[in-house]
Design a protein around this ligand. Sequence first.
Ligand SMILES: *Cc1c(COP(=O)(O)O)cnc(C)c1O
Length: 473
Amino acid sequence: MKKLDPVFRSALDSAYAHSISHLEHLDDTSVAATVDAETLRSRIAQSLPDDGLPADKVIEELVRDVEGGLLGSAGGRFFGWVIGGALPAALAADWLTSAWQQNAALYATSPAAAIVEETVGEWLKDIFRLPAHASFAIVTGCQMAHVTCLAAARHALLSQRDWDVEGKGLYGAPPIRIISGDQRHASFERAVRLLGLGHANVVDLPVDDDGKLIPRSLAAELAKAPDAPAIVFLQAGDINTGAYDEFETLVPIAKQYGAWVHVDGAFGLWATASERRRHLVRGLELCDSWATDGHKWLNVPFDCGFAFVTNPDAHRASLSVRASYLTHANTARDQMDWNPEWSRRSRMFAAYAALRQLGRKGVEELVDRCSDHARSIVLRIGALEGAEVLWEPTINQGLVRFPDPSPSATDADHDRRTDAVIAEILKTGEAFFGGTTWRGKRAMRVSVCNWQTSDDDVDRVVAAARRAIAGAN
Ligand SMILES: *Cc1c(COP(=O)(O)O)cnc(C)c1O
């Protein structure tokens, strides 16, 4: 054994000590940032020096310079956007991933990474109750999972019409119709753009009061061009309300027209793991492709998302490449055949570690616990004087509003007051919530994805909201 150079070791020791310190101080540090962009720039944006620094000094200075500019998203009182934490085994495996420095492109570039990845894919299909023959990819997030799935969809729909889209592109191809509810996540649109399908070609159908696509509207839209290739985009978990489309009813309609059904289940797919919530996803297994995240509800470090495709041939045909210098395995899965990246982080180690730490029951328990916390945060804050519940969570997402108490208040005043209270909560440093506009009204969105959120955290954020309502103007 050759001992590490002392400066190398000291840099790692320093990173380790600061990581532990960051995690241990989450409870007594502001959840929101406390310095502005100008301050950060004054510390960070120096001109690139000609001469380098010792590694340990770089780490010490990095930690010093970002202070106040980090959010408390690793901890239990962060409810902004949809952001998970990192489970202990997942974080530790992520550190190892960096130390191991494996390129998870091929079996040949890291046999262990390839086999761990195969295993994670099989475990996830089992948790989500997807068809056993489905193929999968571990990508950077749900955004790239959409791209992966839609590349397969594009291939399948066009090859059925004798069109080689990988060869000829979309020039002269039969136009693909894309049909979606109008509350979809914007990442879908970007995937559509990247694949050359054009977001102006997405037909937005209005959703019902529960945020679900209306079966009648879908059938009517598909009937307008019954023979055209079509992609139907469904949601498992709306970002504001956690609403689910009714797969059981909608998918058979789409199938009558030979449409490809893709599901955005960035966080909502995880409800499948819960006995109490599984009814929300009835018929999910009938769809053609599914996109979800690891870095949200599974609580693995960024960047981690998962794509699943019911047609492995289309999936592989849309992405696989061959080059003379690559070495392809015939006894194992080459990841490059299934995802849009070339060289690639071995993010499957952290996902594997998370799943092993939790076990099947642990995943279920995490989903139920976060959902129960979301419900109690929304109901308890909503019950405060000066607040109201807009959407009571069925999973981990809900909405609260802070109406302006003045008798002559207009909708605009209620919106302004809601944003002011959110800003005031952030100022307390006790909790982090984001704002959103839902059905034309400003609202505070509550998203609980972090494994660390506890009953004490819930008490603390309700108390902070009470103070913020009193303090905001
Ligand atoms: C977060 C999210 C996405 C995008 O996922 P990334 O992991 O950020 O790429 C897509 N859809 C929904 C519903 C989301 O919540």
